[in-house]
Design a protein around this ligand. Structure first.
Ligand code: B12
Ligand code: SF4
Ligand code: SF4
Length: 355
């Protein structure tokens, strides 16, 4: 390994990243065809931005032709508790692990910028080395780049996993004009396992390694605008933001240690929040509670919609009053979710629907 690369990797770990590896921007030649197929089948649902600028998302060397290397970084957010322990508690909502504290975009971007500044000063070239940092902020295929750099492999649940870190880590990248020696890609270590495919509550995997986002609870609770298909609502259970089921069952997680970054440790009030309190949030209350959190991005209306679906699924008659108060909500989707929740609670009370 050349000296600068060795020092770069050491510096990345000092900064708080868990792993750093390198590939070339053009190392993901299989992506354009797979992305095109995913889009042609409509699997992106309402995420129209995935269908835009596909000439970049599919081919990072076209995004910035002067870039010579991509430094791919992994940052663990491994939980210190059973991530699914809160599922099915009828008066509580389940928030996915990655969203129980600070927004990773903010935390990681600062760290990426610090590392990139260090690289510019250490490389001290003429003309100076140029860098661009990305974390989910540009049309960049982060998982395939991560695999090309050897950070891990895309498992059957489509996320990147690593033999040491498991699958609870975020990805970020630094593109640079600097030539750095690339690392070897990682190969598939899923073997015959299919735990993630079997764990999915909505059957969102049409085949191993492929996801139909339109059925994924993460998409439905975070990205999908307006009412959720009524047939899918019961399957959401009490998941009110994101979903972790396919990640949580992966056997490779047994080697992972809890995240070093305290900003990803769950806030006490978001470990098992009460549905009765969340459903009563107005705009100001929502913004105050989720300041600095990734949840803030979806806004009060979509969040309360999710909470009402969870109330409908709770079978808890004590929550009916809270749903009734939102029947006249100015947001049509919230009002629709309140009516659905009430009806489902009534059905449960009459023994017509599972509580
Ligand atoms: C859009 C998106 C979503 C969408 C769609 C997810 C998806 N799997 O595509 C939704 C909203 C559902 C989502 C959910 C989640 N996301 Co997301 N998401 C993204 C985003 C912005 C783009 C991903 C993308 O391009 N999807 C499009 C499809 C085409 O991409 P793909 O899965 O890589 O496609 C491959 C397969 O379809 C496969 N394929 C296709 N055909 C075939 C055929 C065969 C035979 C095979 C083997 C494979 C294969 O090849 C394709 C190319 O490699 C990335 C950030 C980024 N810029 O990359 C984060 C990202 C992937 N998400 C992330 C996270 C953490 C999540 C959640 C865990 C959050 C949560 N707890 O709710 C869930 C996980 C759900 C899941 N099982 O994937 C992390 C994953 C980190 C990691 N270790 O991999 C990322 C990288 C963000 C980050 N910077 O850290 N996400
Ligand atoms: S995040 Fe949940 S709904 Fe989405 S694929 Fe994984 S298990 Fe299925
Ligand atoms: S649960 Fe099994 S199949 Fe799924 S990603 Fe992990 S090892 Fe691969």
């Amino acid at each position: 390994m050349d000296d600068l690369k060795q020092r770069l990797v050491a510096r990345a770990i000092e900064e708080g990243f868990d792993e750093a590896r390198i590939c070339r921007p053009g190392d993901v030649g299989h992506v354009p065809a797979r992305l095109a197929e995913f889009l042609a089948l409509g699997r992106h649902g309402q995420m129209k931005w995935l269908a835009e600028r596909t000439h970049w998302r599919g081919a990072p060397h076209v995004l910035w032709p002067e870039a010579r290397s991509v430094i791919m970084l992994a940052e663990s957010y491994t939980p210190d508790c059973d991530p699914l322990e809160n599922l099915g508690r009828r008066d509580r909502g389940a928030i996915s692990v990655y969203a129980r504290n600070r927004d990773y975009h903010d935390v990681m971007k600062k760290r990426l910028k610090r590392l990139a500044r260090w690289l510019i000063s250490e490389a001290a070239g003429d003309p100076p080395v140029e860098v661009k940092v990305f974390v989910d902020t540009a049309p960049v295929p982060e998982k395939p780049l991560g695999q090309a750099a050897g950070l891990g492999w895309q498992g059957k649940h489509t996320n990147l996993l690593n033999r040491r870190l498991g699958n609870w880590f975020f990805l970020g990248s630094i593109f640079t004009t600097l030539e750095l020696e690339p690392d070897a890609p990682e190969s598939d270590h899923c073997g015959a396992c299919r735990a993630c495919l079997d764990a999915c509550p909505t059957d969102a995997f049409p085949a191993p390694g492929q996801l139909d986002a339109r059925r994924c609870i993460s998409y439905l609770t975070i990205e999908h605008e307006g009412p959720v298909d009524e047939a899918l609502r019961p399957l959401l259970g009490n998941r009110i933001y994101g979903c972790d089921d396919c990640l949580a069952v992966c056997p490779w997680n047994k080697f992972a240690r809890a995240a070093r970054e305290v900003k990803y440790h769950a806030r006490d009030d978001l470990r098992a929040p009460r549905l009765a309190e969340l459903v009563a949030l107005d705009d100001a209350g929502f913004r105050a509670l989720f300041s600095g959190s990734p949840i803030k991005r979806i806004g009060r209306d979509r969040f309360v919609r999710n909470v009402l679906y969870a109330i409908g699924n709770s079978g808890d008659p004590a929550l009916a009053g809270a749903a009734r108060r939102l029947l006249g909500d100015p947001d049509g989707t919230v009002a629709d979710a309140a009516a659905w929740a009430l009806k489902r609670l009534e059905d449960a009370a009459n023994g017509l629907a599972p509580g």
